[in-house]
Ligand binder design. Structure first.
Ligand code: FEO
Length: 398
């Protein structure tokens, strides 16, 4: 059954959601599913903006067929060649050999890499070039590394709609409400939007800033991303979040405690620090066991908060693996501009404080707050004062 959604009088949503996939990109858990958005403009010429992942191809082709009816497909605009948006492109071209693919030179090369041949009809576009489709004029703007090098976006100058590729997307399947203003986005979607942005595009803050600068020069009334809801109200809220994230600024002044603990002694000290912070009036403290929390959530939380406490056991004379892996992940995502406090543990030769510090020194603008609390097996009663001092210093730096 077709399940397209009318967006305006001539623009339709023809994408679909997947609730079966466990790991997006075979790495990120998506308990709320994910949508693969595709849009069909029914102007004098018909234009399809991107295709979908292979997993929802059946629904996608039904939707496209239902909206097109007897009309031909004139153009397929390919913004991004990652297979979650382009896996069905070759099949689409077999069904619509009349269509011209409009894309960047880099994307055309990737089409050949993925499918072994270039489309028969191909129109390469560059920054600022336009395509008239009848009532609408589409203007193409390059967005390299948001999230691959071939990415471009389309601004419909008539409808003032930005087709933003991966930008302004989020994990989460759609459930009947297409628009962000029809769901409780801040309560139900924002955590997934942050986790999506940070983990997928977080490394490319400079490139996202470039796109935001271009977007600021446009009168944008609607944003149609490749994942998640369409934005037609309160665009400033979501654009502002992306501005903060891509500048690597903290979203919240607050403390996140992340511990890697083998038998619970490191955990006990980390949680005691949480209590001491709470007693000093710090609100919204979050604590996570790195062994039981997916790295994508931890990375997103480290981007959200201003202050992070890392507590790690020593393991094989190195860092406890979940903490080591998290720090590598943060470094890979260019994490920076944060205050950090450290707790280490080791029964005979605590090394983890020194090793965490060495990783953090390779990141930009990380301020270490206070002295590393060094435990030997477990926190001793006399160390409570030291932990209280660390809590005081964290509070002062907030
Ligand atoms: Fe949603 Fe970079 O693909």
């Amino acid at each position: 059954m077709q399940n397209s959604i009318r967006i305006t009088n001539d623009l339709f949503y023809v994408g679909a959601s997947d609730r079966k996939l466990a790991l997006f990109e075979n790495i990120y858990p998506i308990p709320r599913g994910v949508s693969y958005n595709s849009y069909l403009l029914m102007d004098e010429k018909t234009v399809l903006f991107d295709t979908t992942d292979a997993s929802v191809s059946g629904q996608f082709f039904e939707n496209v067929g239902a909206v097109l009816g007897q009309r031909k497909l004139n153009y397929i605009v390919v913004h991004h060649m990652e297979p979650d948006h382009a896996a069905t492109l070759q099949d689409l071209l077999l069904r619509h050999p009349e269509a011209t693919v409009v894309t960047t030179a880099k994307a055309a090369q990737m089409i050949e890499q993925f499918f072994g041949q270039k489309p028969a009809a191909l129109q390469l576009v560059k920054e600022g070039e336009t395509l008239g489709t009848g009532n609408h004029t589409l203007c193409f703007t390059m967005a390299p590394m948001v999230h691959w090098p071939e990415v471009m976006m389309t601004y419909d100058t008539t409808a003032k709609t930005l087709f933003s590729a991966d930008a302004f997307g989020t994990f989460g399947a759609l459930s009947g409400n297409l628009f962000a203003d029809e769901v409780n986005f801040e309560a139900e979607w924002l955590n997934d939007a942050r986790r999506y942005y940070i983990n997928i595009v977080g490394k490319y803050g400079i490139q996202v800033q470039n796109v935001l600068k271009k977007a600021a020069a446009l009168d944008i009334q609607m944003i149609c991303p490749l994942h998640g809801p369409v934005w037609r109200e309160n665009l400033g809220f979501f654009i502002g979040k992306h501005d903060t994230w891509s500048k690597y600024e903290p979203e919240d002044k607050g403390v996140v405690i992340i511990y890697g603990s083998i038998y619970g002694h490191t955990e006990a000290a980390a949680l005691r620090l949480g209590t001491l912070l709470g007693e000093r009036g710090v609100k919204g403290i979050k604590a996570y066991d790195a062994s039981h929390t997916h790295a994508s959530k931890l990375v997103a939380e480290c981007f959200r908060a201003s202050h992070i406490v890392f507590a790690s056991s020593t393991y094989n004379n190195g860092l406890f693996t979940p903490i080591e892996s998290l720090l590598l992940d943060l470094k890979a995502h260019a994490w920076q501009k944060r205050s950090v406090a450290l707790i280490e543990n080791g029964s005979w030769a605590p090394q983890s404080g020194k090793l965490m510090r060495a990783e953090l020194e390779q990141m930009k603008d990380i301020t270490i707050v206070g002295e590393t609390l060094s435990l030997k097996s477990s926190m001793q009663p006399l160390q409570e004062k030291q932990l209280a001092n660390l809590a005081d210093q964290i509070v002062q730096s907030l």
